[in-house]
Design a binder for this molecule. Structure first.
Ligand code: ZN
Length: 550
């Protein structure tokens, strides 16, 4: 009897103990947001946040980030070249081109002796369009995992990951290798498409979205100024400037622009208008609803990359009416997207970060007009000219394979088989290019560490040195100089105008505030990994930005 009672007591005790443990686990259990949204603005300067601050609306996206979220004010891209594909890869891998392998939008592969586009994959086919070239895409050239891959692994593939953008690279690289889907825009059909890497047929909901031809209704809206005349006068140069591009077949570069003439055709024109952002946001919302993102037991991840700011920025530049108008509208588009997420996923249930794949330089024409140092160089013409001179000196055609990402690639098979002196060729190229107006220094990449240079620059070049995909001689341009023509502008260099990007956080688990400490694009994935209590991507070199967390 005594023994029986003791047994009963011990059972009760074990039961109570188990209950306490379960309660404790529930109290201290790991919590996560239902959905993470990663927004990359293709081409956004950090200073737009404050330059346009008074234009942004309290109900828009940017003020919600700045006033209720966390801003890392001094975030830099820790490598060159600052191009779209490398930027998207860096944000989501926490790594740099020397490790993740995405050297730029394209590069020359020294092993296969061929030009490579970042998302090229000849083993897969287009899904959702007859445009074969637009669909032969996958993330296979990216050598590391992404934070989105790590979420899939950590949840035993229960987390859903979807990437979407007008640009293929803006959808494919962020979504990673193990994504459920990546969708991008086909300029021929006006459809969002995918590839057989992900699926064999578009989901029903995407087919329905495509059949609405939202692009045509957006063309009907034309592009008229959305702000009062005085606002443009306050923030911008005159609307019609000779150094602005004219992408809509007009004789001036002044708003308004007639877009209705493109209805039913020219589906690529949407890129260079703010309506491109609307189109993408509508497709992203449809993805959230139809795929039930944020509704499962595991955290889901949606990556959204807005491509239109890049097209508009390249054409008109940071001081144009068009760019201000685009950002005022983008602010509203993002604000409405947040309202949508509150309504579908739930207030306080989702986390978002916003950054840029790169920023942009002022238009060289604008700089010169204002007596500021700037200029252009034509790297295609430069390679051609140097090949002519090298032929006279060394007796062989095409000694230079090409210039990609401000790096001169030598034709090694030719140099070796013709027994040419590579050292002499390299020395001539370094001497010649080093004296060009646009160039501050040029050096053989194999001698990077021995070349006298600012240590920060050295680190950024080293971060993108991968012998199988890198060139032989690096050209470093003077500040304000770029590869370009008489109109528009570009990005791609180490300078703050290209490498200083916004980094904003908002929502579940995010503290209100800001830091002026230096942070890097590579820190984003490390920070998301810490927020989600999952492993960081397998090539990550970034650090957790602790200040971001509540
Ligand atoms: Zn660009």
């Amino acid at each position: 009897m005594k023994n029986c009672l003791a047994f009963l007591f011990s059972l009760l005790f074990i039961g109570a103990n188990a209950q306490t443990t379960a309660k404790k686990a529930a109290e201290t259990g790991i919590t996560r947001p239902k959905l993470v949204v990663g927004i990359v603005i293709d081409q956004m300067r950090w200073d737009y946040l404050y330059r346009y601050y008074d234009v942004f609306k309290p109900t828009g996206g940017f003020k919600r980030f700045l006033n209720d979220g966390f801003s890392c004010e001094n975030t830099f891209i820790p490598y060159t070249p600052t191009y779209t594909a490398a930027g998207h890869a860096c944000v989501y891998t926490g790594s740099v081109p020397s490790i993740h392998g995405i050297m730029g939008n394209g590069w020359y592969d020294n092993i296969h002796r061929a030009e490579v586009y970042c998302a090229d994959d000849s083993t897969v086919q287009v899904v959702g369009s007859g445009n074969l070239a637009a669909g032969a895409m996958s993330p296979r050239n990216m050598l590391t995992t992404t934070i989105t891959d790590e979420l899939r692994i950590a949840s035993n593939f229960q987390s859903k990951v979807i990437g979407i953008s007008l640009k293929d690279r803006g959808a494919i690289l962020p979504a990673g290798h193990s994504a459920n889907a990546a969708f991008w825009y086909d300029t021929k059909s006006g459809n969002f498409i995918s590839s057989t890497y992900y699926m064999n047929v578009l989901p029903e909901w995407m087919q329905q979205f495509n059949s609405k031809k939202v692009v045509d209704s957006l063309y009907q809206l034309n592009w008229t100024p959305s702000l009062a005349r005085e606002v443009y006068d306050q923030y911008c140069t005159d609307d019609d400037k000779p150094y602005e591009g004219k992408p809509f077949g007009t004789t001036t570069s002044a708003m308004p622009y007639d877009l209705s003439k493109y209805t039913g055709q020219d589906y690529g024109k949407i890129f260079t208008t703010p309506h491109g952002n609307t189109l993408l946001a509508e497709a992203a919302k449809t993805a959230v609803t139809s795929e039930h993102l944020g509704k499962g037991s595991a955290t889901d991840f949606l990556t959204v990359s807005f491509s239109s700011p890049d097209a508009i920025g390249h054409t008109f530049g940071p001081n144009s009416w068009e760019q201000l108008d685009d950002y005022a509208r983008l602010d509203e588009t993002i604000g409405k997207f947040f309202d949508f997420l509150d309504a579908t996923v739930g207030k306080g249930q989702w986390t978002v970060f916003l950054t840029a794949d790169h920023a942009v330089a002022h238009v060289p024409g604008f700089m010169k007009e204002n007596k500021l140092p700037a200029g252009t160089i034509d790297d295609g013409g430069l390679a051609k000219y140097m090949n002519q001179v090298l032929k006279e000196k060394f007796g062989r055609d095409n000694i230079i394979t090409g210039i990609y990402n401000y790096q001169v690639y030598l034709n090694h098979p030719l140099i070796n088989s013709s027994d040419l002196n590579e050292k002499d060729i390299t020395r001539w190229i370094v001497d010649y290019t080093g004296k060009l107006d646009a160039v501050s220094i040029s050096f053989p990449l194999s001698e990077l560490m021995a070349t006298p240079m600012n240590p920060m620059l050295k680190e950024r070049f080293a971060n993108s040195y991968l012998p199988s995909r890198s060139g032989d001689i690096q050209l470093v341009l003077k500040p304000g100089y770029m590869d370009g023509g008489p109109t528009g502008t570009t990005h791609g260099l180490w300078n703050p105008y290209d490498a200083h990007i916004p980094l904003l956080w908002y929502g579940w688990g995010i503290r209100k505030g800001k830091t002026n400490a230096e942070t890097y694009m590579t820190d984003i994935s490390a920070t998301v990994a810490a927020l989600l209590h999952i492993q960081m991507p397998n090539g990550c070199v970034g650090q957790v930005i602790e200040d971001v967390f509540k």
